[in-house]
Design a protein around this ligand. Structure first.
Ligand code: PMP
Ligand code: GLU
Length: 407
């Protein structure tokens, strides 16, 4: 039979992060002693005030179709929160669109902005879904490797090298999944000026903005002046900072013309995001009690980050890693761990699962298989035990003599 699938999905691959996590969950359900540090999902419960608002919404009958673009209360709450996070700059709720998770916000933005023959630059290593989303928009993703000396972030020079007449977009992620690196405001400004000079759209995925270990939220493109924001789209969401992954609420900030087109688009695809979940998210973005929960969760992530970094420094001093300044990922390099032939991230993760029962994600999923990603969005106890096991494998690998070397 001829292939029944259309060209639209010719590049489609399942999400590796979700696949590894599903497999680990299956093994745990069978009673196997495995630890899942693969998926990036907060281990905390949804803050009570947000959950309560969702329950009340159901009880109040908010169970019919929502307005296409999102309930006004949530669009306003997101606009107000973005404004507060950026020093009170005005943010108009008409420029906010609510979607079913920021994954849909990203897909919707890419589909409305890019198409055949367009190229979209993606600093790499990059979250698994960006290249896929660009492919689904029938455009071409172009990975731009970051500089290891610089936390694997890209500079204007790197972007210049990757740029061509066909380049139409750039997807930035800061704080970055998978590295935990954070762009400074000066770095963001340089990238925004570069994009403006070349008429390139920036989609800035700021879903981890609140999970920042410097003072306050991570720098945002919204901290820049209006002139630099004509062709800017900002992605926010409830999943990470508010521990609301299952509620599936994402938000896009962009120029009104784009937001209108994206609204029409989701009018034909999803009708808009889950109605009661929007009420829960409206509370999350606006309720002061939830703000206190966010502060507590970020403090817990910071403590785990410190613990992890400290143990890697003292117990695996030869292993290179990216200093995590935000999000909840730790990205470390495995190719030089043992003597002789370089080890790949995939081989390391396979061995780790087989011998120690810990799931991590090979860097290959993000475009560079010399590395491995560890997500520390797990309890302290799980982190401690899983880390014992990871460090034990590193130690074993490092002490095996290379074939042919002298004993
Ligand atoms: N962007 C990044 C960088 C992510 O890590 C995730 C996590 N899945 C998302 C977007 C999508 O999140 P969600 O759809 O849950 O809002
Ligand atoms: N963003 C998370 C991760 O990278 C969740 C899984 C996914 O959607 O890819 O692990």
């Amino acid at each position: 039979m001829a292939d029944p699938l259309s060209l639209n999905v010719q590049h489609l691959k399942p999400s590796e992060t979700l696949a590894i996590s599903n497999e680990t969950r299956r093994r745990r359900a069978l009673g196997e002693d495995v630890y899942d540090l693969s998926v990036g999902e907060p281990d905390f419960d949804t803050p009570a005030a947000a959950a309560q608002a969702g329950i009340q919404a159901i009880q109040r009958g908010m169970t019919r179709y929502p307005p296409n673009a999102g309930i006004p209360e949530l669009r306003q709450a997101v606009a107000r929160r973005l404004s507060l996070l950026s020093g009170g700059r005005p943010v108009d709720a008409d420029r906010i669109l609510i979607s079913s998770g920021s994954k849909q916000s990203l897909f919707n933005a890419c589909f409305n902005l890019f198409g055949p023959h367009d190229r979209v630059l993606i600093p790499a290593p990059a979250w698994v879904s960006y290249p896929q989303i660009v492919h689904l928009s029938r455009a071409e993703p172009v990975l731009v490797p970051g500089d290891v000396e610089w936390g694997l972030k890209v500079s204007v020079r790197d972007l210049d090298r990757a740029h061509s007449k066909l380049t139409r977009g750039l997807i930035l992620c800061s704080p970055c999944n998978p590295t935990g690196a954070v762009y400074t405001l000066a770095e963001l400004r340089a990238v925004a000026e570069w994009a403006q000079k070349h008429d390139i759209w920036i989609i800035s995925d700021e879903i981890y903005r609140r999970i920042n270990y410097g003072p306050g939220p991570a720098p945002s493109l919204l901290d820049l002046s209006d002139e630099l924001l004509d062709r800017t789209v900002i992605i926010a969401g409830a999943s990470k900072a508010y521990a609301m992954t299952g509620w599936r609420i994402g938000a896009t900030y962009g120029p009104v013309k784009l937001i209108k087109s994206m609204t029409a688009f989701q009018g034909h695809t999803t009708t808009g995001a889950n109605h009661p979940a929007q009420w829960a998210a409206a509370a999350a973005f606006s309720d002061d009690r939830v703000e206190q929960d966010v502060v507590r969760m970020v403090a817990a992530f910071r403590q785990r980050r410190d613990y992890l970094v400290e143990r890697f420094r003292s117990e695996a001093p030869g292993v290179e890693f990216i200093e995590p300044h935000g999000a909840f990922y730790f990205f470390f390099r495995v190719d030089g761990i043992r003597d002789g032939a370089p080890l790949s991230g995939t081989a390391f993760c396979d061995q780790l699962m087989a011998e120690e029962g810990v799931a991590l994600v090979p860097g290959g999923a993000f475009g560079d298989d010399r590395w491995v990603r560890l997500s520390y969005s797990v309890s302290d106890r799980e982190l401690e035990t899983a880390l014992d096991r990871v460090l034990r494998l590193i130690d074993r690998l490092a002490s095996v003599p290379a074939p042919g070397s002298r004993p």
